[in-house]
Each structure stands twice: as C-alpha cells, then as structure tokens.
Design a protein around this ligand. Structure first.
Ligand code: 3HC
Length: 310
C-alpha cells in the first residue's frame, strides 16, 4: 500500500533511538503509516530499541489492539540508517526530521546545522526538546555569512519547530507544538497535521523555558525531591500521597514513578535550563538531584534512581 502524504510529509527521519526516538518512530510507522529512517550513533541503542519495538507490536497484536498485518507493515516501514556510512546525509530525501537526542543545547545546535545542510529546502526540522529554546535551535540552521533577516536566512529557520512528545510516546496522548520566533505558519500547520496523524492531541505553547508542560511539572518534581531530602516522609509515602491522594498515575519520585522514568539526568538538564532561562529560584535543582546524577543513579534506565530496578 502506498504511504500517505500528510501535509507534504511522505518520509520521516528520526534522529536518536533512545526511548523518545523509539516511541516517535513507533507512532510514525504504526499510526501515521509513513516510512521512517532511524539514525543513532550507537548500534547497541538501535538494536535494543528495535527489540523493544518488536515486543510492543507483538503485545498490541496479542491484546487485539492491532492486527498482525498492521504490526508487520509498521515494522517494515522502519529502516535503520548506518551512522558510519550515511550519517545525517542519510536524511537527504526525507520531508521531516524529528530530533530526539539528549537535552544539550550545543549538541542540538550542531545537529540542526548539519540537518539543514543535508535536507531538501522543504523539509521540516523538528526538535523533541523538553525545554531548550526552539528559537536558539532555529538560529543555528542559518549558514555562516547569511543574514538571519534575509529571505535566504529565513528560509532555513522558518522550517524549525518544537514537537514535544511525552514518555512513553506510544501511550501518552499529547504532543506540545512550539513555534520559534522564526517558524512559519506553514511549518506549524504541517507539524500539527503530522502529530495528529500520529494519533496525538496537540496543544501549543510559546517558546519559553520548559514550555507549558515542564514549566509546571519540574517544580512539582523538584519539590518532591526536596521533601525527601528534608526527611519529611519516605519516598514511598511521598509517591503514595500523590498517587492515592491526587490520582496521579505515578508518584513524583518513582517510575514506578516520574523522575526515575524520565531519567534523573534529563530532569536535571531541564531544571537547569529553566533556572538559567528564567532566574527564578523555584526552578533551582535540588542538591539531592544533582548528587544522584553525579553518582550516575539516573533512574530506571541505569537500574537505580530513587528506587532499584535490578
Ligand atoms: N512504552 C510503550 N508502552 C508502555 C511503556 C513504554 N515504555 N510502559 C508502559 N506501556 C504500556 C503498557 O504496555 C500497557 O499497555 P496495554 O494497555 O496495551 O497493556 C500500558 O502502557 C499500561 O502499562 P502498565 O499496565 O504496565 O502500567 P501502568 O498502568 O502503571 O501504566 C504508564 C504505565 C502508562 C507509564 C502510567 O504509569 C503513566 O501514565 N505514568 C505517567 C507517565 C508520565 O507522567 N509521562 C510524562 C512524563 S514527562 C515527559 O515525558 C515530558 C518530558 O519532557 C520530560
């Protein structure tokens, strides 16, 4: 069956095969039904992500959520680009690239510069960043010596947009859409249509640190960590309070609960961006969070966070 064209998007490149990139590739292939090119420096990461994807598809089939043929077609839509032989050049013929690498502004700016050099002049360049300024990322796509306000300069930056998915992507129903100062209306509409085709509800946020979601979520998580740090209650009781008292699906500490789930390093990076970007002390990361990251106790992904996952 021919792949659908969603606002000019026929093929999607996903940069980063971690838990977010994997989820984005999954919903793009299964829900939006578009061919996906997946790229990651780490072959191990790609291979473990694809194994997890096979498990998810098999689970959805066994629960009758999708048919066997749909799972097979979705899996066949995903191709892996070899980093050593293709690199970002492999995204040349895609209509949209979604970046899902770690929360590091320098890394993202460097990658967006490379993406903008590699792709065709209509390709949308989306970042799944949780908190970093889309305007700053967009500015990195303008070639050296080209004025940001010239028509040529604007043609690069206007195709950059924030598409913020939530973890776990196959389950969470939301995508936050963020326009940089430079983003064009057509880019926004195409990105919104694509997120909808992935089965997501779309909200929009201005390009402020943390957007709506993390500007609200991170002080909540940080307050829970400080409550633990002060010895007000055990981690189990803090989580139970929020789960049973406020009907949150997860407590703020577990993943079992959230920061362990999100990754403590990611939580810290987001909080640092919020704190630096606003100067507001409500975003100052707790000392305990910094120490946990120093110790490389990063949550579920490293086997230990506030809870043990061995
Ligand atoms: N990937 C794909 N699917 C997953 C999954 C994963 N990592 N983890 C769980 N699921 C699926 C399960 O397979 C199951 O599917 P099924 O209904 O077909 O059987 C379904 O989710 C429910 O899983 P469980 O029954 O095992 O467990 P729970 O009922 O506890 O649900 C949860 C798990 C969906 C993760 C739920 O606990 C939850 O909603 N937690 C809150 C998650 C959250 O807050 N996410 C946002 C984080 S913030 C963020 O992403 C922003 C970023 O910028 C930091």
């Amino acid at each position: 069956m021919a792949a659908p064209i969603i606002h000019g998007v026929r093929t999607v490149g996903v940069l980063g095969a971690g838990q977010m990139g994997l989820g984005i590739a999954y919903v793009s292939a299964l829900r939006a039904k578009v061919p996906v090119l997946l790229l990651d420096k780490s072959k191990e990461q790609v291979s473990s992500s694809l194994k997890f994807m096979d498990k998810l598809l098999a689970k959805d089939v066994s629960k009758g959520k999708i048919q066997d043929i749909e799972a097979k077609e979705a899996r066949d839509r995903i191709s892996v680009l070899d980093y050593d032989s293709h690199g970002i050049e492999g995204f040349r013929d895609t209509d949209m690239v979604i970046e899902a690498v770690s929360e590091n502004i320098q890394l993202k700016r460097t990658l967006f510069k490379s993406i903008s050099e590699a792709v065709n002049p209509d390709c949308i360049m989306a970042s799944n960043t949780s908190s970093i300024s889309i305007t700053k990322i967009a500015a990195a796509t303008i070639p050296e010596g080209v004025s940001a306000s010239s028509e040529q300069g604007r043609k690069y930056a206007e195709r950059v947009v924030g598409l913020h998915f939530f973890n776990p992507v196959p389950v969470m129903k939301l995508v936050e859409l963020i326009a940089a100062l430079q983003t064009s209306q057509s880019t926004l509409e195409r990105a919104r249509a694509f997120a909808s085709a992935c089965g997501k509800e779309v909200t929009t946020s201005q390009d402020v640190p943390g957007f709506v979601s993390n500007a609200v979520l991170m002080p909540f998580i940080n307050e829970a960590i400080m409550t633990l740090e002060k010895g007000v209650a055990t981690k189990e009781d803090i989580d139970k309070t929020l789960r049973l008292g406020m009907a949150h699906p997860m407590g703020p500490l577990q993943l079992g609960k959230r920061p362990d789930f999100i990754g403590l390093d990611t939580c810290l990076a987001i909080q640092q961006t919020l704190y630096q970007g606003t100067g507001d002390s409500k975003y100052r990361p707790s000392v305990l969070l910094e120490r946990m990251v120093d110790a490389k106790w990063l949550g579920k992904k490293s086997g230990k966070g506030f809870y043990d996952y061995q």
